[in-house]
Design a protein around this ligand. Structure first.
Ligand code: FES
Length: 159
C-alpha cells in the first residue's frame, strides 16, 4: 500500500477533518476500496478517531473494506429487471467470471454485485460496469460485456 498516495489525498484536502468523507472517497477511488492501513494512517494524520473512519466506511454503501474489481459489474435485481430474467444474467456473469455475487476475481479485474432498481426500468434488464450502463441485456450480451472489459483491462495494463 502506498501511503504517499494517502498523504497526497490528505494534502489536497488540507488535512481538514471535516473533509473526511471526501478523503475516504478519494482513497476508495485510488485503491478501489479502503485498505485498513490507509484508514489507520488517515485517522492518525488528521486526528480523528479510527472508529469514526470505520463507521463512515461501513455506513455508506459506496465504500468497501474489501478490494473491489477494477470493473465493478452491477446487475439490477429490481422488480422490472427481475421479471425480465435478471437472475439468468447474474448467473451467467458468475459462470463466466468464476465468482459468486459479492466477490471479486482473484486478478482484481472484476467485481460482481446485485443492486436494486437503478431508476431506468424501461431499459430492463439493466447492467452497469462502473459508469457504463447497458440496457435490455440479453444473455449473449453478457459474453460481449465480459470480453470487452477483459480486452480493455489488457490494454490498460500495457499503458
Ligand atoms: S428494476 Fe432494474 S432499473 Fe428499475
Amino acid at each position: 500500500m502506498q501511503l504517499e498516495t494517502v498523504d497526497r489525498i490528505i494534502q489536497q484536502h488540507h488535512a481538514d477533518k471535516t473533509a473526511l468523507i471526501a478523503m475516504l472517497q478519494d482513497v476508495q477511488s485510488e485503491f478501489t476500496y479502503l485498505p485498513q492501513e490507509a484508514l489507520v494512517y488517515l485517522s492518525r494524520t488528521i486526528e480523528v478517531p479510527l472508529s469514526r473512519a470505520y463507521s463512515l466506511a461501513t455506513f455508506y454503501r459506496a465504500f468497501s473494506l474489501k478490494p473491489k474489481g477494477r470493473y465493478s459489474i452491477a446487475v439490477c435485481m429490481g422488480t422490472a429487471c427481475h421479471v425480465k430474467a435478471a437472475v439468468k444474467i447474474l448467473e451467467k456473469f458468475e459462470r463466466l467470471l468464476h465468482i459468486k455475487t459479492g466477490q471479486t476475481t482473484p486478478d482484481l479485474n472484476f467485481g460482481l454485485e446485485e443492486v436494486r432498481c437503478l431508476g431506468c426500468c424501461g431499459l430492463a434488464p439493466v447492467v452497469t460496469v462502473g459508469p457504463d450502463l447497458y440496457g435490455k441485456v440479453m444473455l449473449p450480451k453478457v459474453d460481449q460485456i465480459v470480453k470487452q472489459y477483459q480486452k480493455q483491462g489488457a490494454r490498460d495494463a500495457k499503458t
